[in-house]
Design a binder for this molecule. Structure first.
Ligand code: ZN
Length: 170
């Protein structure tokens, strides 16, 4: 995963307000509602504890019962339960504001580029743009209301490919 100051720096390049950047950092990097070290924002804890997920016959499971760590569930591929939760997380963030959703995508695209598999592919000549397109194809829950924000972040990073490479040391 990318270093926190790299995330902070790119948040500010994208124009993410400071308070949104701080909020998202705590929501993403906290290990869960009981983490005393990185304290999860209060309303995000509530979302994780109270939002019910319907999954394989179980009706009353909360997000914390299934996957309490946002950092893990945001990276899920395939049609897993974590992807269903990813859609709920994004809907919650969209209700708070567009910047929250953009900061979410920005964080996880940077982490995706920084992942060992992609680092290797990029070193072998793959482009940042193709790699970002793969993130969309493999990792993103299909939430139509979010697509303009995803496109905005993807285009922003593609148009700053050289800078991304430098900052992530790719
Ligand atoms: Zn991360």
């Amino acid at each position: 995963m990318s270093k926190w100051y790299v995330h902070k720096d790119w948040d500010s390049k994208l124009g993410t307000p400071c308070e949104v950047s701080d909020y998202m950092q705590r929501a993403i990097d906290s290990k869960g509602p009981s983490d005393k070290n990185i304290v999860m924002p209060e309303d995000f804890v509530k979302h994780c504890e109270e939002k019910k997920i319907i999954w394989s016959g179980h009706k009353n499971l909360a997000i914390v019962d299934l996957a309490y760590n946002l950092h893990d569930r945001a990276k899920a591929g395939g049609k897993t339960i974590r992807k269903i939760i990813q859609a709920e997380d994004l809907k919650f963030l969209l209700a708070k504001g567009d910047d929250y959703v953009k900061a979410y995508y920005l964080h996880f695209i940077l982490d995706y580029l920084d992942h060992s598999t992609n680092r290797q592919l990029i070193q072998m000549g793959d482009s940042i743009a193709r790699c970002i397109d793969r993130y969309k194809k493999n990792k993103v829950a299909d939430v139509p209301e979010m697509s303009q924000h995803l496109t905005c972040v993807m285009d922003f990073l593609k148009s700053h490919s050289q800078e991304v490479k430098k900052d992530l040391d790719l």
